[in-house]
Design a protein around this ligand. Structure first.
Ligand code: PLP
Length: 389
């Protein structure tokens, strides 16, 4: 067989999909598995979105679309981003992508040459590291620390800046930590990026899943950010539309055009009928979304109480997202060993913190996006397993 291109060696494996595959295989063999591994809402998309999907199919919305996505959806996204960030972007600034993941891929492909450095505060969603390395870039990690509720220390970011720094990739609210960047830190990041001509990639896909009445703080609402930022967000989390494969990037027109060109070369365009339905996700009633977020908050509270009862575990309350990121250092086990044993011996599928890059050792990521029964059963199994050690 011919040898693979060397870049293949740099590609990471997304932990959530790897553990899901193993957990499904154990289930197939007859084991009872509690799924707390994947960041996928356990709800259906809102009813009016499902109706709009069926209608779009009946109306024959089954064809190619422009690479940047259909105009009406780009308009709807532009209006939403403008009103939530207090800025003025138009459909020309928006590229609808095949999941937010395609937006991440295109953003890094568009800007990172071999040897370019990308600063990545982590633990974080693993695509940033994987894709940067895939294109020959160098990842410069910055620790997100528990004692700062997983919001970055801008001095640590500053310490990683060199004359090769091309981009900084931030994710707020953050997967897997549930942490939020403070506005004053975002301001410092924008100032730094402007001064040093650094691109900001800001992944805000959990922007609506914020608890206790908190409001999302977006980089794009900071004066001066618009010219140097690619905002990434999508439909998978807020509207529970993971399988629709729809995300988006918002950036200045010159950047948006290149992102669309990259997407065009990879997949031509996002699906037609899901784009038509997604207009209704944005423009339709939001009451079902509000209920989902309340429900995530109830689950967060249950998991918080239960985790802190487990010997060797402790966690801070996540302010956002549907992930708990407990510190398990008190168990004396590594994240990997504990995660593996929980799956193999106890039937609980979750992820080691190390699946999210540097500084994840000593933590587990537990998704509470699924049904409450699974969370309760999962917590019971973990508690019993740990006390039997
Ligand atoms: N960005 C972050 C931070 C995520 O957690 C995820 C999915 O888990 C994505 C992007 C990708 O989302 P999508 O389903 O839109 O590709």
């Amino acid at each position: 067989m011919p040898v693979f291109a060397s870049r293949v060696n740099s590609l990471g494996v997304e932990g959530a999909f790897a553990v899901l595959a193993k957990a499904k295989e154990l289930e197939r063999q007859g084991r009872s598995i509690v799924h707390l591994e994947i960041g996928e809402p356990g709800y259906q998309p809102p009813n009016h979105v499902l109706e709009a999907t069926k209608k779009a199919l009946d109306e024959g919305k089954t064809k190619y679309t422009p690479s940047a996505g259909i105009y009406e959806l780009r308009e709807a996204i532009a209006e939403r981003v403008s009103s939530t960030r207090g800025i003025d972007v138009s459909s020309e600034n928006v590229v609808v992508t095949v999941g937010a993941k395609m937006a991440i891929f295109a953003a890094i492909m568009a800007f990172i040459d071999p040897g370019d450095e990308v600063i990545v505060p982590m633990p974080v969603y693993p695509s940033y590291e994987s894709v940067t390395k895939f294109v020959g870039g160098i990842v410069k990690p910055v620790a997100l620390k528990e004692e700062r509720a997983f919001s970055p220390d801008v001095n640590d970011i500053l310490a990683q800046v060199t004359d090769k720094t091309k981009a900084i990739a931030i994710n707020t609210p953050g997967n897997p930590t549930g942490g939020i960047y403070q506005r004053k830190d975002l301001e410092k990041i924008v100032n730094l990026a402007r001064e040093k001509n650094i691109l900001i990639i800001s992944d805000e896909i959990y922007e609506d899943i914020i608890f206790d009445g908190g409001k999302h703080k977006s980089v794009l609402s900071i004066p001066g950010a618009e010219d140097i930022t690619i905002l990434i967000s999508g439909f998978s989390k807020t509207w529970a539309m993971t399988g629709y494969r729809l995300g988006y990037a918002v950036a200045k027109k010159e950047i948006a055009d290149i992102l669309a060109k990259i997407q065009s070369n990879a997949v031509s365009c996002p699906p037609n009928f899901t784009q038509v339905a997604a207009i209704q996700a944005i423009r339709g009633p939001q009451d079902e979304v509000i209920e989902m977020i309340k429900d995530y908050q109830r689950k967060r509270d249950v998991i918080f109480d239960e985790i802190n009862k487990i010997k060797g575990f402790r966690m801070i309350k996540p302010a956002a997202t549907f992930y708990a990121f407990p510190n398990i250092k008190g168990t004396g086990m590594s994240s990997n060993e504990l995660a593996n044993r929980l799956l193999d011996e106890d039937g609980v599928a979750l992820l080691p913190g190390t699946a999210f890059g540097d500084y994840g050792e000593g933590y587990l990521r537990i998704s509470f996006a699924g049904p409450m029964e699974d969370i309760i059963e999962g917590m019971k199994r973990i508690r019993e397993f740990v006390s039997s050690l």
